[in-house]
Structures are given as structure tokens and as C-alpha cells.
Design a protein around this ligand. Sequence first.
Ligand code: GDD
Ligand code: MN
Length: 370
Amino acid sequence: MTADLSIVVPTFNESANIEALIERVSIALEGLSWEMIVVDDDSPDGTADVAKAIARHDGRVRCIRRVNRRGLSGACVEGILSSSAPFVAVMDADLQHDETLLLPMYRSVRSGAADIAVGSRYSTGNAVATGFSSLRARISRCGTALAKRILGITCTDPMSGFFMLRRDIFDPLAPRLAESGYKILADILASSSRPLRIAEFGFEFRPRRAGQSKFDARIVLDFLGLLINKLSNGRIPVRFASFALVGASGVLVHLVALQIARLALTAPLSYHRDVFAASQAAATFVAMTTNFFVNNAVTYRDSRIQGAPHLLRALLAFHLVCALGAVANVSVATSLYDMTGRWLAPAIAGVVMGSIWNFTLSSFFVWKRS
Ligand code: GDD
Ligand code: MN
């Protein structure tokens, strides 16, 4: 029997939650024919083993184990594309999402009343829902406001990880969705060529049952990258946006390091000019080094370099790439300056040129991505 609804559940270290989730979904969807696709990114806690053990005796469940890859959005996309029911849902494994909404959500998309049903954490009015810390709630509100204003999304909770839609709406959008990132719903809403009719279902965001949330500062940066990507109509890749944002934050690090170095070097070096040159060199070194580590943790976390010898080698390569990038930057800017006699546009062109250089070569030589 083929299923009417495919429920895609992305997992990372959720072994203690899978069984309870399936039980609850079975009860909530009594009478409906459904299937569940658990997409696990090779969790060290053996989530895939648990899911596959269940799949062996429950034909409604299957598990995709992905190796050497991480990413919530990518996992959801892969799970949806691997299934075939006419309706698909995405839901977290940690029981924070209210499974009793699945049936009303299904009815609304099934009847054609809505294109997409969203389990929304705000409609009930409890902004600081139980499963949210207050800082997390604040970050989430900012993200929502940005998404609404910049992407023109009209949905109370575009950051929700709980939604359901018709497959024929999702399929054509799939190639346009960002592989890395956490905000697949915002991405779907922003990528659709016509505005989707949304039905919202308010629910209380329950506390996670077992394990830990994977939400951290990186996800915020990812989201900013997604905004830039969508604003540029997909022309600026999310990864480049993230790289550029890290670079921009490096300017701040540079200025702080410069100031500290100047204070430290004023006594040993008597010439002001020498103090400045040495401080500028030290600050450049510090900023490049922090940029390397931040990029390693965020921009390239799916190919993260670990272990002291590998890190040292990669750090040296990154310094070399960026030094050449600086040469590219200065030469482009200077020749444009010679041609136009202006300074601002050539300076920006130099920075853009240098960033593209740094990004392309680092991707290839430092993080070894093709
Ligand atoms: N396959 C895979 N790969 N799954 C992942 C990954 C990953 O890299 N990271 C997280 N997950 C899974 C988790 O195991 C869980 O089932 C679900 O994705 C959500 O992850 P949580 O770590 O529990 O996220 P959260 O509760 O902090 O965040 C919730 O709110 C966000 C909005 O602020 C989720 O509903 C998110 O989907 C939502 O965007
Ligand atoms: Mn969660």
C-alpha cells in the first residue's frame, strides 16, 4: 500500500527519542496511511541503528544514513526527494513538535484550502514558549522580523521546522534550496515563484525530551547567509556570503589587535612609523588567524579540519592564499584608481576581488572542496 503522507524526520543524536516519536505519530495518525523517513547524519549515538531496527519490523519506517555530511536543510531535502507520497511533512525528532497537529495540517493541505501548513510557535500568543530560552526567543524574533521584511514572507513563524505541503509544490523548488542551513521553511517560502497560501497551526513548543539542541551561533550566520543568497536571487552562494561576513567581522578583530599592538610596541620601538607598521602586520596576522578558525567552525564546518598538524598546515595555506588575495586586491584597486582617478569604487572593487580570490582558493586548497 502506498502512503498518503511522507513524514521526514532529520536526526542528529536522537537515539533516545525515535521510538517515542514513532509511537506518538502512530496514535495521532490512526487511520491514515503514512510513512516516516528518518534522515540521519551518521550520529555517533547510533540513531540510525535504532531507526533501522524499528524499520525491520515496521514497514512504515525507513532510515537514510548519510555519511560525511551534516546539515539540517540538506537532510530534509534528501528525505523529501527520496519519498513519493503526494503530501510531505517535516518534523523534528525530539518531540518538541506537537504530533496531534499532523492530522489537521494534513486535512488543510489535502482539501486545497492551503498550499502549505505550518506548525507555528507563536500563533498561540505565548512568545516565550516553554521549549525556548529567553535569549533564543529573542534571536528567533529578530530572524523572523528580518525574514518578513527582507524576503517578504507573510508567516508568523517562518523559522519553524514543522510543516507540510503538497509534493508537486516542493519538487520544482528543490534545486533552488540551500543545502547547508537550518531554515528550510523560510527558504521554501522565499524560493517559490508564486506566494504560497499558508495555513498556520499554533502549538506550544515543548521542551526537548532527550539529548541536546544543535542550535548555536553558527545557525545565525547561516541564516544571514541565506538572506543574502535570496536577496541576490541566488547569485551569491550561501557559503560565500558566510565567508564574506566572517571577513567583515575580521576587520573589527584587526582594529582591536592593532590598538593593542600599538600600546605594546610604543615603548620598545621609538619611531611612530615603525610602531604602526609592526602593529599593522601583527593585526593582519591575528585577524587572518581568527578568520581561519571561524571559517573552519562555521563556513566550512561540513569539511572541518581537525587535529593540530592538519590545522597548522591549513592555517599556513590560508595565510598564503590571503596574502596573495591582498596582492590581487591592491593591484586591482590601484589600476582602477589610475584609470578613473576615484578612490571609493576602486577600493570596493579591490575588496570584492580579494574576497572572491580568498574564497575560491581557500575552498579548493585549504578546505579541499571542489
Ligand atoms: N540530519 C540532520 N543533520 N539532522 C539534524 C542536524 C543535522 O546536521 N542538526 C539538527 N538535526 C535534527 C535534530 O536531531 C532534530 O531532530 C531537528 O533536526 C531539530 O534540531 P534541534 O537541535 O532540536 O533544533 P532546535 O530545537 O534548537 O530548533 C528548532 O527550532 C528552529 C527554529 O528556531 C527546530 O524546529 C528547527 O527546525 C527550527 O529551525
Ligand atoms: Mn529541538
